[in-house]
Design a protein. Structure first.
Length: 507
């Protein structure tokens, strides 16, 4: 691995340090501005570093930059060669971010931004920063540009990084304005939300204002800010929330072994992502999410993109995303795996993990609110919504046009709703399961148990109707409902229009 400092024509000291920790990384030679004049009228200073990362590079490569006093702005740009590769071979992809003088320690305070591969340059100064980055003073000390070789071609990954320092008065950093934790709402009610959304603060193309408008148009009551590996968008929603829209703050923690939504964390919370499943660090950060008031939700666990497939297990999950965007076979696999987890929970008498669905919308034509999770909550607040999601008092629909009511009754007038347990006098006590559906024309209703799908009924032409089925706890340990469109591929089930969390039956 090599790097050269072209601005002065001098070779850089090669200082490669392999660190055998959870954040396995390589540290390059330091970029120095020691000869730079300082002061308000000092000219800009620029250094360029070039090098090649080989195949098998560590997940993160740090480029230290010595920042002198008097800097008001740091600007970084980078390029890399996208070498042609044979079919079936991964080409070059290089992510970027930065840590300030407080260091690169896992979970530390030095994080100042990440854009992954979404942009080729960024700046940071006291009063403003590129979306994805955190505004604040550019203090003197050793900063570290973080390069993430996502994939490397067999010939290696040639790169070039240019750092410019601009001198002058630092200015002041505005106090961030964060969304309130409560909206007016409708009291105890079913609230619709989309908790996986991307804006220009990561790799999305919509602004927060455009997302808020799309959320309202989709009939949503709440959304969650979930940018890849940054919290910069937490303060970008000023003026966009209202009595009708609760804005939660979080992050899509994007590791090399899968993505997880940190849902509804305290504003300004940074959740580190620089570890793999083999590092045994995920449990630590899952606890950190919960300490920050959030939920841990593995996202698109069977997505096929590199690094997207979930490999950390579900022992730390508060919910799991079984439906991500337009329904695909990946979601069908996630749904089946989640259903298997319900069987395991019944068998071992351990807590079960609720299902949820989100759009993961990035840009047009991605639809905000396809799908959406509908949560029963005492009020439209952060605390009530997260409690409802964690408890599984929720169902998922493809749009606000679809509404469900689902529950089971039996014994002496007992009743249980979605995510609840119906306890009757004996295993053979008759139980009636009832599903009410509106807004699902052409669809069929399915009752799924620990044995599989045991009852199917075609909904009336308008997609509005009531379906009932009788069973017993010994025959069905739980029942959940699916509403599906007609199948379009022989041998495969139709796409989901709606899905409920289960009702558990106990005799």
């Amino acid at each position: 691995m090599s790097a050269s400092q072209s601005a002065q024509g001098r070779p850089m000291a090669r200082r490669g340090l392999l660190v055998g920790t959870a954040a396995t990384a390589l540290t390059l030679g330091t970029v120095s501005f020691a000869d730079a004049a300082t002061g308000d009228d000092a000219p800009d200073r620029t250094r360029t570093v070039r090098g090649t990362l080989p195949t098998g590079s560590p997940d993160y490569v740090y480029l230290p930059v010595e920042v002198p006093r008097g800097v008001r702005e740091i600007v970084v740009s980078y390029t890399y060669e996208k070498t042609p590769v044979p079919a079936g071979t991964q080409g070059n992809a290089l992510d970027i971010g930065i840590f300030d003088e407080r260091g690169t320690e896992l979970g530390g305070r030095g994080f100042r931004g990440w854009s992954g591969g979404a942009r080729s340059s960024f700046f940071i100064r006291a009063d403003e920063a590129t979306p994805g980055y955190i505004a604040g003073p550019v203090r003197a000390g050793t900063w570290n540009i973080a390069l993430g070789p996502y994939t490397v071609a067999p010939e290696g990954l040639p790169y070039e990084v240019t750092i410019t320092l601009r001198f002058g008065p630092t200015g002041s950093t505005p106090k961030p304005v964060y969304p309130p934790e409560r909206a007016k709402g409708r009291g105890r009610a079913w609230y619709r939300g989309d908790c996986h959304l991307h804006s220009v603060h990561s790799d999305g193309k919509r602004t927060p204002a455009e997302i808020a408008a799309a959320a309202r148009a989709a009939g949503l009551d709440f959304i969650n800010s979930s940018e890849h590996n940054t919290y910069s968008a937490h303060s970008a929603w000023d003026g966009l929330w209202g009595d009708d829209l609760l804005v939660l703050t979080g992050e899509e923690v994007t590791t090399r072994n899968g993505h997880v939504i940190a849902l509804a964390t305290d504003p300004g919370t940074f959740v580190d992502w620089r570890y793999r499943a083999r590092d045994n660090r995920f449990g630590h950060y899952a606890k950190a999410v919960r300490r920050a008031g959030g939920l841990v939700v593995p996202a698109h666990p069977h997505a096929t993109c590199i690094g997207c497939h979930w490999k950390f297990g579900f022992g730390e999950a508060d919910a799991v995303e079984v439906w991500n965007g337009a329904y695909t076979p990946e979601d069908e696999i996630a749904l089946a795996e989640w259903d298997n987890s319900l069987v395991a929970a019944v068998r071992t008498s351990k807590p079960w993990v609720a299902a949820m669905g989100n759009s993961d919308a990035h840009r047009e034509p991605d639809k905000v609110g396809l799908p959406q999770t509908v949560v029963l909550a005492d009020e439209l607040s952060r605390e009530a919504i997260t409690a409802g999601i964690r408890a599984g008092h929720s169902y998922i629909t493809e749009s606000s046009a679809v509404t469900l009511s689902f529950g089971a009754s039996g014994g002496r007038g007992l009743h249980a709703g979605i995510g609840e347990r119906l306890r009757v006098d004996g295993d053979d006590t008759p139980v009636t399961v009832r599903l009410e559906v509106t807004g699902a024309p052409g669809c069929t209703a399915h009752f799924v148990t620990d044995q599989g799908t045991l009852f199917t009924a075609t909904l009336p032409g308008a997609g509005t109707g009531v379906v009932e089925w009788r069973t017993t706890p010994v025959y069905a340990a739980y029942v959940r409902a699916e509403v599906r469109h007609p199948a379009t591929v022989p041998g495969l089930p139709g796409a989901l229009a709606a899905l409920t969390n289960p009702v558990f039956l106990e005799g």
